[in-house]
Write a protein that binds this ligand. Sequence first.
Ligand code: CA
Length: 228
Amino acid sequence: MRVLVVEDDERIASGLAAHLGRQGHAVDHAATLAAGWAALRGEPFDLVLLDLGLPDGDGGTLLARLRAAPAESLPDPHTPVLVMTARDEVASRIAALDLGADDYVTKPFDPDELAARMRALRRRAAGRSQALLRHGDLVLDPAARTALRAGEPVALSSREFAVLQALLEARPRVLSRQQIEAALYNWDSALDSNAIEVHVHHLRKKLGEGVIRTLRGVGYFVPDADGG
Ligand code: CA
């Protein structure tokens, strides 16, 4: 998923970016409240990891601004926010939850716990309570990053996995190439114009033609399993 890390501690931010990158997430970093707000106004994110003590103000201000903004003024006004606080900041944690934060972790946090909380928020944002994504005889496990077809493992690259996960979560909606790209890449990643076509081509070779459909000139979609 595409994650914005708003954190002024360079060590924590780079550690998070490296860890999340290894799990297949695309991470952008903002070190100030102003930079975080500019990022949220410019691009859609699947999740924000928000530090509360920022050099130019309280992270809660950013949260309040995000939740109060008119829906049409932001690419994604409903982006889930996970607050990162110090253990003794109980009052600011409560305040952040009341301002619209979706969850929190206390520093120092276990990276695996953070990853599990991120998966839970993503499920909730997609309206699911089940951890596994199922489509016919295809089963995707976002925690283990494994795919099974009729019980047999399917070897997917991390980007193929991310494309398939985005399409399964959106189904039966159509995702444009740009929407799929935005879910996969950082702002600064060089990107071949046909990268998404190549990933879809490889996925079709591995999964068969029927799973991912093309809506010509619009994008790609996975139809509902019952054919609707
Ligand atoms: Ca800080």
